[in-house]
Design a protein around this ligand. Structure first.
Ligand SMILES: Cc1ncc(C[n+]2csc(CCOP(=O)(O)OP(=O)(O)O)c2C)c(N)n1
Length: 359
């Protein structure tokens, strides 16, 4: 029995970073992250993601894409996750993880089809096991624990990564998922993209929690923070968490600290609520510049290679856009046919009405 006025529990949240904002590495990197070819691969995927992102915004602005959420400034998180995962693992992403999806074989035109309103974009041809983009905030965390439970039950050495925004951690689904992940030691890694804003709601107004990582502590889930603009820290900590998960040691919560360098979506204007000075102050933490600095300082990159890379990714993105634009728009009832093996009764009337309307 505890004595009155004694401390019965203590916890701490650690913060990890390798690469500072000038691209200087302060600690010894794990061996695989010392390989210049691997670093180049990480850098290139971050750069490709940014080129894609910029193009997607242009498509929306010219009426060729629906509302689109940019991932500008968050490329280290998604690319780090993609690089850390094994093929047989499963990703349950929220809507800013293109870098992880590209790494895992999702095609650029599939992402465009999705944001263009065609659900067939979610049926990834080269990546049939990952979950589609999840727009309802935090529900993907429940899907993730379901998949993780299946792996545990079938004794498969696979793990799941669920990603979420800072605002999403205030939702019940997030806590429910963490609760079951903790108590059943499920092979799932939760990664929070703490980009400081949930649309116009600042992180401080979203939650009184000192860190978002500590939300895992209550559920017995080991929890930590990483510099989410440091690709090395993200890759390494997600890799470690996935190894623990596959070894039956359970779940981990990683809060990746970053900043949204863009509007919330193309339907938003962040200048109406976010101080310009705050955005400017974060520019120097740009995750892509950091890796480039690092590669340049080691003599493993130069401006000629940079130009060649940009040219080749621009071409790749343009080709994907052409394939997207050439895809015929399916009739509206396809969304029902595509989503359901057996249509729930509640949707029958809507389905019939659509079918009759499109004849
Ligand atoms: C269940 C649900 N409620 C509300 C919304 C509307 N909504 C879309 S994005 C968003 C804010 C999410 O912020 P955060 O989780 O911090 O992620 P971020 O977009 O900043 O990356 C909200 C409330 C939604 N998509 N789903």
């Amino acid at each position: 029995m505890n004595q009155e006025n004694t401390i019965v529990a203590n916890f701490a949240i650690s913060y990890f970073r390798y690469l500072d904002e000038n691209g200087i590495c302060s600690k010894e990197l794990p061996a695989y992250l010392q390989d210049p070819q691997h670093i180049e691969k990480l850098y290139k995927m971050m750069a490709k993601t940014r080129i894609f992102d910029k193009k997607a915004i242009t498509l929306q602005r010219t009426g060729k894409l629906g509302t689109y959420p940019s991932t500008l400034g968050q490329e280290a998180i998604c690319v780090g996750i993609g690089a850390a995962m094994k093929k047989e693992d499963v990703l349950c992403p929220y809507y800013r993880e293109y870098g992880a999806q590209f790494w895992r074989g999702v095609r650029m035109e599939e992402i465009l089809l999705y944001w263009g309103g065609d659900e067939i974009g979610s049926a990834f041809k080269d990546n049939p096991h990952d979950f589609p983009i999840c727009v309802p905030i935090a529900s993907q965390c429940l899907h993730a624990v379901g998949a993780a439970f299946a792996f545990q039950y079938r004794q498969e050495k696979r793990a799941v990564v669920a990603t979420i925004g800072d605002g999403g951690t205030s939702r019940g689904d997030f806590y429910e998922a963490l609760g079951v992940a903790g108590v059943w030691k499920l092979p799932v890694v939760f990664v929070i993209n703490n980009n400081q804003w949930a649309i116009s709601v600042a992180r401080e107004k979203q939650t009184a929690s000192e860190t978002l990582a500590q939300k895992g502590i209550a559920c017995g889930v080991p929890s930590l923070q990483v510099d989410g603009n440091d690709i090395f820290a993200v890759t390494q900590k997600v890799e470690e968490a996935l190894a623990r998960a596959r070894n039956g040691e359970g779940s981990t919560l990683i809060e990746a600290i970053t900043y949204r360098m863009c509007d919330h979506t193309t339907a938003d204007d962040a200048s109406r609520y976010r101080p310009e000075a705050e955005l400017k102050a974060h520019e120097k933490f740009d995750p892509i510049k950091r890796v480039k600095q690092y590669l340049l300082s080691k003599g493993d990159w130069d401006e000629a290679r940079e130009s060649k890379m940009i040219e080749s990714f621009t071409q790749e993105v343009n080709d994907a856009v052409a394939r997207y634009l050439e895809t015929p728009t399916p009739p509206a009832e396809v969304m029902f046919e595509h989503l359901y093996a057996t249509l729930p009764r509640a949707y029958e009337a809507q389905y019939q009405a659509l079918k009759e309307g499109t004849k």
